[in-house]
Design a protein. Structure first.
Length: 139
């Protein structure tokens, strides 16, 4: 998110808390200060923190509107400023742990010779007195 894109909504928020005259509507500083602080912080954060704080900013402005703490003259400006930031919400990708060494490759098993590879009956034949019949006819 670029700095300029955040400054426009930030300026709009700052104007809402201005020092209006007696007849001009104003937003209480206690209400607008947290919004301004969040908007200011967003421009210096990484994507995940920006996404989190933009959601928080949206929630706070919605709560102020529901509580009727925003004068009618400022409701559209406030909603527009926060919506502008919300449209710029960056994608927060989960962090990936530092690459670790690949697990060792499985070691190759030695290839058994013909007598021990399961095809011969050497052990079985000796146990039961059978003659060994080799592949080459050398009985």
């Amino acid at each position: 998110m670029t700095r300029g894109l955040v400054l426009v909504p930030l300026a709009a928020l700052a104007m809402l808390g201005g020092c209006g005259g007696r007849d001009e509507p104003t937003l209480a500083r206690a209400d607008v200060a947290p919004l301004i602080a969040l908007a200011d912080r967003i421009q210096h954060e990484g994507p995940c923190a920006q996404a989190r704080d933009i959601r928080a900013l949206d929630s706070r402005q919605a709560a102020l509107l529901r509580a009727r703490r925003v004068p009618a003259a400022f409701q559209e400006s406030l909603a527009s400023a926060v919506a502008s930031l919300s449209e710029q919400t960056p994608v927060c990708l989960p962090s990936v742990a530092a690459a670790q060494a690949a697990p060792p490759a499985p070691q190759a098993q030695p290839v058994p010779d013909d007598e021990h590879n399961g095809r011969g009956h050497d052990k079985h034949d000796r146990k039961h007195g059978h003659k060994h019949h080799g592949k080459h006819g050398d009985d």
